[in-house]
Design a protein around this ligand. Structure first.
Ligand SMILES: [Cu+2]
Length: 177
């Protein structure tokens, strides 16, 4: 009975009507990779957020921890829009705190990745003018594409080995016959 009661309590706590709001989406999306640093980050919550002094705080930082926000966030119903100042590439972290529609403050953080060569100090955008070879190989390694030739090599070796074994077996079979 106790377990059943506990399950019921847990179930009701998890239902949206009684829970804090939660982050249900963002732009850029959580964990996504975008081509360029956006001019704003939008967070969408499951309920209309409370507004007022000190309710809402969004900090956007680059991989080095440099803040990319200079303006306060704008709360618009279920959404929070945080303007971005400055440019960066690499992993961008969004740390947010809002006050849920039930009056409880909630906070968390997520990150997304801005593609592009090096830091914001690079003059030419990646594409036509290729960045330094070391930067390219580092990028290839980080997203795993460099691992592909290794697996191809392993696959080819495996196939060759199997064919070799099959041929050996057949020859043996022929000799026995
Ligand atoms: Cu709550």
């Amino acid at each position: 009975m106790l377990a059943l009661a506990a399950a019921l309590v847990a179930g009701s706590a998890a239902s949206p009507a009684f829970a804090h709001d939660e982050l249900v989406g963002s732009d850029p999306a959580v964990g996504s990779e975008v081509a360029e640093m956006p001019t704003e980050v939008t967070l969408t919550f499951s309920g209309v957020l409370l507004t007022g002094e000190g309710t809402t705080d969004v900090v956007v930082t680059d991989a080095a921890g440099t803040a990319l926000t200079s303006e306060p966030p704008v709360v618009d119903g279920v959404r929070v829009i945080q303007p971005i100042s400055g440019s960066a590439s690499g992993e961008i972290t969004v740390t947010w705190r809002v006050v849920s529609s039930d009056g409880h403050p909630i906070s968390d953080q997520f990150s997304f990745v801005v593609a592009g060569a090096g830091t914001g100090s690079t003059t030419a955008p990646s594409g036509a003018a290729s960045p330094s070879p070391s930067a390219q190989s580092a990028e290839a390694g980080s997203d795993g594409t460099e691992l592909l030739p290794v697996w191809i090599t392993v696959g080819v070796v495996a196939v060759v080995a199997v064919v070799f074994v099959v041929l050996l077996t057949r020859r043996r079979g022929l000799r026995e016959d």
